[in-house]
Ligand binder design. Structure first.
Ligand code: PBE
Length: 268
């Protein structure tokens, strides 16, 4: 089966996720920049529905193209590949960064210290994601990781004094990667006495909540590229604490049996 057949079988449709995701704007840009994607459409969906569609296609060994990212459990569960992106529309390696509201350092120095020191690897995040995918409740999966990784957690809590039920509000988006990281940070904050509220939002509102002080922190800023527009819009009103994970990636992802290696192998 050639690559022309792939487009036809897919009705020239890429399965996307939530409209506010940076990977959606990057994919819209790819649709404009690659001749091979002329006439293709990007279907809005949700992260969960995208993963379900991927699983279904793989069960039937049918082609599918999704907007994907790493770290993600789907690379542990399925045999997948990124389509090469010779024009660099999806950027190089991304980092995931932590942002807090202005004033948090004075108001809640202990929480600020933990958030500032929070730093882990794609493998760490992947382990939590796989557990959640295997059926663990996100809070349980996070608690298990925290228990098994006290060396790392001790580094994050170093110098943070215990508090007595102070409240902290973490904003996040229901991307599998951010469900994992946000729940882990919540567990660690709870371990030093915080009462943590998790607020699930879309991407834009998540940045806005930190900028406006409606939420205290988030650990879900993908940069330098994926969330560059949000950083432009809200960066001045937030405190940027830098990467909590290095070596993330986004792009178009297909099961390895799909006969295309590059976005340029697709056919308009
Ligand atoms: N993602 C996962 C997000 C960032 C985290 C790649 C889906 C996005 O595209 O905005």
């Amino acid at each position: 089966e050639g690559t022309a057949a792939v487009g036809e079988e897919l009705d020239y449709t890429i399965t996307g996720i939530e409209p506010g995701a940076g990977i959606m704007s990057a994919t819209n840009k790819a649709l404009e920049e690659y001749d091979s994607l002329k006439g293709w459409t990007l279907q809005e969906s949700s992260s969960a529905a995208m993963a379900a569609a991927l699983g279904k296609a793989i069960d039937k060994e049918e082609p599918i193209i999704v907007t994907g990212w790493t770290p993600h459990w789907m690379f542990a569960k399925y045999d997948l590949k990124y389509l090469e992106d010779p024009k660099g529309v999806y950027g190089e390696a991304e980092n995931i960064e932590t942002f807090v509201r202005q004033g948090l350092k004075d108001d809640e120095p202990s929480a600020y210290t933990v958030l500032d020191q929070f730093h882990w690897t794609p493998d760490d995040m992947g382990a939590v994601m796989v557990n959640i995918q295997d059926g663990a409740d996100p809070a349980e999966a996070a608690a298990k990781w925290v228990e098994e990784n006290s060396d790392k957690v001790d580094e994050w809590t170093k110098g943070a004094e215990e508090v007595d039920g102070n409240e902290v509000n973490l904003a996040y988006v229901a991307w599998d990667s951010e469900i994992a990281s946000t729940n882990v940070v919540a567990k660690v904050l709870e371990s030093i006495g915080y009462k943590v509220k998790l607020t699930q939002l879309d991407a834009g509102p998540m940045f806005a909540a930190i900028a406006e002080g409606d939420a205290d922190a988030m650990v879900a800023g993908w940069l330098p590229l994926t969330h560059a527009d949000y950083l432009d819009q809200y960066g001045d009103k937030m405190e940027r604490l830098g990467p909590n994970l290095e070596g993330a990636k986004t792009g178009l992802v297909v099961p390895s049996y799909v006969e295309a290696d590059s976005i340029e192998d697709l056919q308009p």
